[in-house]
Each structure stands twice: as C-alpha cells, then as structure tokens.
Ligand binder design. Structure first.
Ligand SMILES: Nc1nc2c(c(=O)[nH]1)N[C@H]1C(S)=C(S)[C@@H](COP(=O)(O)O)O[C@H]1N2
Ligand SMILES: [Mo]
Length: 342
C-alpha cells in the first residue's frame, strides 16, 4: 500500500505590500533576450511577471563568475510566485549561510567556487516502494522544471525574495512511492571535508556536526510549497546557494532549507536536525516562521528585507506568521502548540 498523492491543488497567489526593495532592472529586455536565445515558444507562454532567467547575472560579482552556471528551461508558476520585489542576484549569491564553507556571510561565495557538482549522486531511500539514485543530469531532466518566487526568512531576522527553479519534493517522492506508515523525511548534505573547509575544522564550520542534516514531517514534505531547487534566477545554482540541488521550505526558517543534498530518506521516526542538535533550546524541529515566538536571544517580530543596499541599509518589515504562507500550511499544525513545538 502506498501513500495517495493529492492532485496538486493550485493555491491562490499571496501578496504582501512592501516596496522598499530595488527591483531587478535586467528584466526590462526579457522579450528580446528570450527571442535571441531561441526560447520563442516558451517565452510566449511565460506570463509577463515571470523572469526569463537566461541572463548573465554574475557580471558584477568577481568571485561567483568562476563557477559556471547554465541556463535552465522552465515554466513560470504564477500561483507560487510572491509579489514582493526580488532581492538582486548579487545579494542572493554573496550573502549566504553555508557553514561548510565558513560562518561569515561572504565565506561561501569566497570559498565554494571550486566545488565539484558533477558527478553528483542523490539517493532517495527508506520507506519507499522504489529507491532511486539520481545523477547530475537527472536533477534537471527527470522532472519538468518550474520557477517560483519565494520569500526566504533566516532565523537571524533577515530575509530575501528569490526566484528558484526546480520541482516539488512531492513530485520526486511520487516517483519513488511513499509507503504507508511513513511519518518523516530526512535530508543530508554532502560530506566531503576535502572540499568543505568547515567540515575539516570545527571552528571554521561553526561547531556544526557534519554532515548537515535536516528533516520534515511527511505532510510537510508532501505540501505543494516544499520545493527542490536546482537553479535560481533561471540558471543552475551557484555552489554558495547549495548546488546542485537544495531544499526550499518557504514557511520555515532558512536553516531547514538544506543545501547540496545527497540523500533523502523517508522514515518512520523524527530525524535529528543539525541546528537542533547544536542548541535545542534555540532551534526546534519545526522552525516555522513565527513572529510571536522569539528566539531566546532576539525578537522574531520583524526582519530586515535585503535589497540593493545590503543588510544594514535593509528596511525592517514585520515578520508574517508562516512567512506569509499560512493559507497553504496552517492546517498542518492544527492543535499543535507552536510555542512548545517551535
Ligand atoms: N548544508 C547546509 N545547508 C544550509 C545551511 C548550511 O550552513 N549548510 N545554512 C542554512 C541557512 S541558516 C540559511 S538562512 C539558508 C540560506 O540559503 P541561501 O544562502 O541560499 O540564501 O541555507 C540553509 N541551508
Ligand atoms: Mo538561516
């Protein structure tokens, strides 16, 4: 007996009104660029609010340009596109948390440019009908790619708005088949101390016990918002953002969105998670964005939305319950004390 997958209900688009972020200017000429690259038919099918994602977006970012990212073909999913102004790509790719490459915000872009993503192997195993092993090409070719723009809210009270390219976790789990009785899904990042300085040295890696691991309940994993990103701004992920594939769970604090994933295991028990292991009183398993439950050391009531000017010029905006995705996910937590299960 296997889990019955839902039909994939298209939810209403959500919207919040903040306009403090500088919009990405490069989209002005998207039609011409789509035509020039021979994406005519796809371009015509894209709604006007979509991002063509086929630009050279790293031109002002010296370090990032060392890693080759390639354009992806995708359909823009407007039903899953936040209306917030996008965070400029140079901020998305240079202000990162990826402790395997160091704990400063600029460490990942500085230290990850030689990261080898090809070959890559992603294993899907555990309580599934058919375990799968995906290689690098499968990641972008096995499931039709779509683009969604999500808010990303870090537990450190800063946030970004990022156009991701990828597919839903549920579409991947559907290929493997989820056995009845499965309760959780566990995720694991690559363990490769040769490539990751933070895994060689405890101080560089911020004290995290590697490999970095994360987890979701089965219903969170099967929610239509839960996304596996293989690209951002229309091109394959740069290493600092979790190449070649990373999780994106937009209603949870950013640390749930585990990068450079090598294993997805469907299980019958709640898996251990890296930040919870490090400081259980500060980081819970659920980690739902919640302005009413403060971090022990700082308020979660508001956040700095990173725009063109960077973190310290970023405007403080109120944090929304479930990061504004309550309509899609609040029902998952009915009857659960979110103060206790933070
Ligand atoms: N493997 C791994 N995944 C990780 C992290 C990390 O240190 N290692 N940091 C997390 C945190 S705290 C955040 S906020 C997001 C940041 O994603 P971004 O750098 O693409 O914005 O990645 C998450 N995924
Ligand atoms: Mo974070």
């Amino acid at each position: 007996m296997s889990h019955k997958f839902s039909k994939g209900i298209i939810n209403k688009a959500w919207q919040i009104n903040d306009n403090e972020v500088t919009p990405e200017p490069i989209f002005q000429d998207r039609r011409n660029i789509i035509k020039a690259l021979g994406f005519g038919a796809l371009g015509a099918a894209l709604p006007t609010t979509s991002h063509a994602g086929i630009f050279d977006l790293f031109k002002d970012k010296k370090a990032a340009s060392q890693f080759t990212t390639t354009p992806l073909s995708f359909i823009s999913n407007e039903a899953f596109t936040a209306q917030d102004p996008l965070t400029p790509i140079n901020k998305v790719t240079s202000h990162n948390n990826f402790y395997e490459f160091g704990t400063s915000k600029h460490d990942p872009v500085d230290n990850a440019q030689g990261f080898i993503v090809k070959p890559w192997q992603l294993i899907i195993d555990g309580e599934v009908d058919t375990p799968l092993t995906l290689d690098y090409d499968d990641l972008t070719k096995m499931i039709a790619l779509e683009e969604r723009t999500y808010r990303l809210r870090c537990v450190e009270a800063w946030s970004m708005v990022i156009p991701w390219t990828g597919f839903t976790l549920t579409s991947l789990l559907k290929k493997a088949g989820v056995k009845n009785g499965a309760t959780h899904v566990a995720f694991e990042t690559l363990y490769d101390p040769k490539q990751m300085p933070g895994q060689r040295n405890r101080r560089v890696g911020g004290g995290v016990a590697y490999p970095y691991v994360e987890g979701l309940t089965i219903n969170e994993a099967l929610n239509d918002l839960t996304f596996l990103a293989v690209g951002l701004y229309g091109k394959t992920l740069p290493p600092q953002n979790g190449a070649p594939i990373r999780l994106v769970v937009p209603w949870k604090y950013g640390f749930k969105s585990i990068k450079s994933v090598v294993r997805i295991t469907v299980t019958k028990r709640q898996p251990a998670t890296s930040w919870n292991k490090l400081a259980a009183n500060e980081y819970g398993f659920y980690a739902n964005v919640n302005p009413q439950v403060d971090h022990p050391r700082w308020s979660q009531a508001s956040e700095r939305r990173i725009g063109a000017g960077g973190l310290f010029s970023a405007k403080r905006i109120p944090t929304q319950m479930f990061n504004g995705y309550g309509e899609q996910v609040a029902s998952l937590y009915q009857g659960l004390d979110l103060r206790k299960h933070f």
